[in-house]
Design a protein around this ligand. Structure first.
Ligand SMILES: Nc1ncnc2c1ncn2[C@@H]1O[C@H](COP(=O)(O)OP(=O)(O)OP(=O)(O)O)[C@@H](O)[C@H]1O
Ligand SMILES: [Mg+2]
Length: 272
């Protein structure tokens, strides 16, 4: 029986080592169960990949963490605080940033302005009017600080040369980077990245993986990465949890987890 030997002991959700705890979360849409008693925890600073076949519940998990979906049962704690039941902007204010599976950039705006939008969330809660600028006098200084932060991030994410370009003119991979830079503007300590590698070439995937790891190191983030690109997961994640039908079916070192027969079986019948 060739079960994968856990690469390391299962991480227990103790106060000392778990910065982020998902505990017995249930979420359904009518008759469809998206998350089924989902339980796991993440250690501070970990870059943890979340993989699983289409419909496994990965994006639903992100939507629960960021307050978009309300589960019927369970608990999600970040740095000891319960985040279920809070509004998305309150969860963002606790330091949880995210990107979306479907690009959530504003195509008709420049790269710089898209990134600035992420900073405005930092001061104002949810945006109601896109393109809103900080008009009040007292906010001029804040605006200047945001611009400095935005330019620094554009430099760090490799987007500085595109700052004035309209986002619609960029390839998918670059647009994804804009989303990452925008999420970083809220100064998150936990970053959720949903499928950043779709449509990228092999070289671009490698660059993206190095970028995500570098950003994790430099900004001391904890990162959850949903990704179908196994090369990205095995080369750059510290740990990999596997979801199927809304529950966790494996947890361990990426290179070992992806060979786990239970995981392989869960993917059978998948197109990719
Ligand atoms: N807003 C919604 N309304 C109804 N059903 C939903 C909704 N969001 C997710 N689901 C359902 O919940 C299940 C999990 O979907 P989810 O998008 O979380 O999967 P996923 O693992 O992210 O898949 P993929 O790899 O295709 O992105 C699916 O059956 C999906 O159809
Ligand atoms: Mg998804």
């Amino acid at each position: 029986m060739s079960m994968v030997v856990p690469a390391r002991p299962k991480i227990e959700a103790t106060v000392e080592n778990a910065v982020f705890v998902v505990d017995d979360v249930h979420l359904s849409f009518g008759g469809i169960v998206a998350l089924n008693a989902l339980t796991f925890s993440v250690t501070k600073g970990e870059l943890c990949a979340v993989i699983g076949p289409n419909g496994a519940g990965k994006s639903s998990l992100f939507n629960v963490i960021s307050g978009v979906y309300k589960p019927s049962h369970g608990s999600v704690r970040y740095r000891g605080e319960e985040i279920l039941g809070r509004a998305p902007h309150q969860i963002a204010a606790l330091g949880v940033g995210r990107t979306f599976q479907n690009l959530a950039v504003v195509p008709a705006m420049t790269v710089l302005d898209n990134v600035l939008l992420g900073g405005h969330l930092r001061y104002r809660g949810p945006l109601t009017v896109l393109g809103g600028v900080l008009r009040l006098r007292g906010e001029v200084k804040a605006e200047r600080r945001l611009r400095t932060d935005a330019h620094e991030l554009l430099e760090r994410i490799g987007l500085a040369h595109l700052a004035g370009e309209e986002v619609s003119s960029l390839s998918y991979g670059w647009q994804k980077r804009v989303e990452i830079a925008r999420a970083m503007m809220s100064k998150p300590s936990l970053l959720l990245v949903d499928e950043p590698a779709g449509g990228l070439t092999q070289d671009e995937v490698h660059e993206l993986g190095a970028l995500l790891r570098g950003v994790r190191d430099e900004f001391e983030l904890t990162m959850l990465l949903v990704e179908h690109h196994m090369g990205l997961v095995t080369s750059f994640a510290d740990r990999c949890v596997v979801m199927s039908a809304g529950a966790l079916i494996a947890d361990g070192r990426p290179a070992e987890v992806v060979r786990d027969p239970v995981v392989v079986a869960a993917y059978l019948g998948e197109d990719d």
